[in-house]
Design a protein around this ligand. Sequence first.
Ligand SMILES: Cc1ncc(COP(=O)(O)O)c(C=O)c1O
Length: 403
Amino acid sequence: MKLVSAQSNRPEYSPNSGLQRHLISDLPTAADIRPYLERIDANRWYTNFGPLVCEFEQKITALLSAADPSPNHGTIHSTTMTSCHLALEIALRLVGVSPGGKTLIPAVTFPGCALAVQHAGGEVIFGDVDPSQWVLTPETARLVAQKIKLAAVMPTALYGIPLSAIAWDEFSRDTGIPVIIDAAAVVEKQEILQNGLVAHSLHATKPFGVGEGGLLVSRNQDIIARARRSSNFGMIDRVTQIDGTNAKMSEYHAAVGLAQILRWPMIKQKRHEILGFYKKHLKPFANIVSLHPAIDKAVVSLLMLKFKQPVIDKIAYTEGVPLHRTYLPPLYHHPFFAGVPVADKDGNLLPGDNSLKKKTTHMTNSEMMHNHIIGVPFHPFLSEDDIAFVTLTIQRLARNGGD
Ligand SMILES: Cc1ncc(COP(=O)(O)O)c(C=O)c1O
């Protein structure tokens, strides 16, 4: 592999540049939020589905509906939550995951997904991912479902890249197994399932951040009404009718959400621009590193690079660039999930009591991601010079990875 010497044309690195952290949140300023806070002062209504939460829900649902590529599949409904984690847990209970209900999730995702299944009483199974799409596919889920009875499948739209709603709807229709898409970072770009639920995170680290918050979305009005009730202890008129918890968004978070809706076109535009800089500066290195093939469909949340050569051991060679390994290692490496069974991409199951070594041999695609994928800084405060500097570091990382 021919590599240019990076040392000679290395740009000056300013310690005040956007390279201080791999992720810097892009939330509204105090001035942006002030008019909404004044409304809270006037209303003296702070939580329990106040006027700002209702307005935010109505506006974000309108935003999702305006972007809906399949309006003939039904009207979109949504309800706010305190987090995506609780949105997932509530969704799992609502689709019928009960004690012992086996739930397939990808091996490469946020640990909170596995915890949501466990907190809902379900038994987690980690499925291997597709080597080019990096996600759990309906094909793998079908193969697992032929071997064991699944209560639900919860794929993740990883790194802000949307999943095919059509493919997951087909899976659900053919098998009768409910699907919940964890589209934590994919507000607006994830098509809403015809059957099933989609959960979003409004955490500060996500492109549409409000601080802490979540959104549960579906075309089924009744399930969203029940989710809303579940987020308030399952109560109607202070009497608990169904299972529930406290997952209600406060008026303060809705204030940030309303300000964020106005900023959303600018947020998308800026992220698009940063992605463009990365594409331009990575072009000369196309023989050693690639982006996700569907990256253009995302409002990029985290930018991950796939190296031709394994780079897991080279993460130390970062030279002032804050690289990261979000969602890696795969969840079966986490000590807390050691007992969880794993299924390879052909649906072959390996019980959780096997050694990590055996699991790593079984889960070839998740291991490929573990060994070949690294995240680079991605946020709106990066300059083109920062990005040029990152890409030169990437080139050195690849060179240290051998050829
Ligand atoms: C894929 C995924 N799912 C779920 C969550 C949980 O989101 P929240 O922090 O809103 O609970 C996250 C958070 O980072 C995530 O990345």
